[in-house]
Design a protein around this ligand. Structure first.
Ligand code: NAP
Length: 345
């Protein structure tokens, strides 16, 4: 592995053994092995008291943060034959759940630095706001790599953890991790955006492919837009569904009823967009320049679902642009539609 920067490795800090003991977690790590000059090593390696994989084997993986993403990735990696050697979580309940789901071969730690003795590739799956803080408390050994799973942040946020011969990167699965088993299933065919040095990225790409995902390497500086689109596709779409359900309630449908009625329409619209392109998939009163229908909708929303109005208006403005763009709307029809959308309540 190419060294990240020159200079001596950082000094190792003692872990809070008392806290670990009190938490009932593993205090008897396997005898240390000399670091090998393998996949995650480089020409300037020094021997260190941490475990190393056999030559040609997958790297020893450690996961920091046993939340939604950390736990689902732990399950997916292990099932794909890339076992997770260790997990660090401050919460005993989450540690217990992780071990139950991922398997007994994993060791659990309360403190992230304690896990570093056990692994070579560390996956930091903590909230975006905590990544820099947690990374600044980690002290990597030569030959180790640290990646986070944020869709927004660049790998550079991990730089404080680095020493000579270490690498940093990111591994962002484009999946909504609402439920562990559903997320593990959704990783099949999902995109995983990768960042990091070439050698680390190839290893991460292999790992992504092993769990059935499709690795992509984003252009530098593209992450914020990529992630904003993802947030619109997941959370934004759920917000849209919530607005649909609110209107469904006005029409006498409960949530399940709305999902049953409008779900097939949603799937049809997506299928049309995938088959025909987004512009061609647009249907509805706006493509027809039907101002009367638009005004009837706006009046109903103002009366019975005013909270949905801003979302409806924003979507309708975008629809007018789309319809104009594909030549479906005469200029005067577009003007009349825009005038209705801009009318005060
Ligand atoms: N949720 C998604 O759909 C999704 C999708 C793709 C990527 N991501 C990214 O994946 C990362 C993790 O997200 P998540 O949804 O798994 O979050 P989460 O469910 O909230 O889990 C976060 C984990 O990090 C630990 N943690 C929280 N605050 C911490 C702190 N200050 N210091 C150390 N550890 C802390 C938690 O506590 P314990 O240590 O007590 O376990 C928890 O186990 C984020 O960067 C997120 O952007 C999320």
């Amino acid at each position: 592995m190419r060294p990240w920067m020159d200079g001596p490795d950082r000094p190792r800090e003692a872990g809070p053994l008392e806290e670990l003991r009190r938490a009932g977690v593993d205090l008897d790590p396997a005898p240390p092995a000399e670091h090998r000059h393998g996949d995650l090593a480089h020409a300037h390696d020094h021997p260190h008291p941490h475990r190393a994989s056999e030559p040609g084997a997958h790297p020893l993986i450690g996961i920091v943060g046993a939340g939604a993403v950390g736990t689902a990735l732990g399950v997916a990696f292990t099932r794909a034959g890339w076992p997770v050697s260790a997990v660090a979580s401050r919460d005993p309940g989450r540690r217990e759940r992780f071990l139950r789901l991922v398997g007994a071969g994993t060791r659990a730690f309360a403190e992230a630095n304690a896990l570093l003795d056990e692994v070579e590739l560390i996956v930091l799956s903590v909230p975006d706001d905590a990544i820099a803080v947690v990374a600044s408390e980690l002290h990597l050994y030569s030959g180790q790599a640290l990646v986070h799973t944020s869709g927004l942040l660049g790998a550079e946020v991990l730089a404080p953890a680095m020493a000579a011969g270490t690498q940093i990167g990111s591994f962002h699965p484009l999946v909504a991790f609402a439920d562990t088993e559903r997320a593990v299933a959704a990783l099949h065919g999902a995109t995983v955006a990768l960042e990091g040095d070439d050698q680390l990225v190839s290893l991460l790409a292999e790992l992504a492919e092993a769990i059935g995902a499709v690795p992509v390497r984003l252009a530098p500086g593209a992450k914020a837009a990529y992630h904003a689109a993802a947030v619109l596709a997941a959370g934004g779409f759920v917000a849209l569904l919530d607005a649909i359900a609110e209107l469904g309630r006005v029409a006498g449908l409960d949530e399940a009823g709305s999902l049953a009625v409008y779900g097939p329409l949603v799937r049809q619209a997506l299928g049309n967009a995938q088959a025909l392109g987004i512009r061609a998939a647009l249907t509805g009163p706006i493509t027809r320049g039907d101002v009367g229908t638009l005004e009837a909708h706006l009046a109903e929303l103002r009366r019975h679902a005013p909270a949905v109005l801003p979302l409806y208006l924003a979507a309708a403005e975008r629809e007018v642009e789309l319809a104009e763009g594909r030549g479906a709307l005469a200029p005067d029809a577009a003007i009349r539609l825009r005038r209705s959308l801009a009318k005060p309540a």
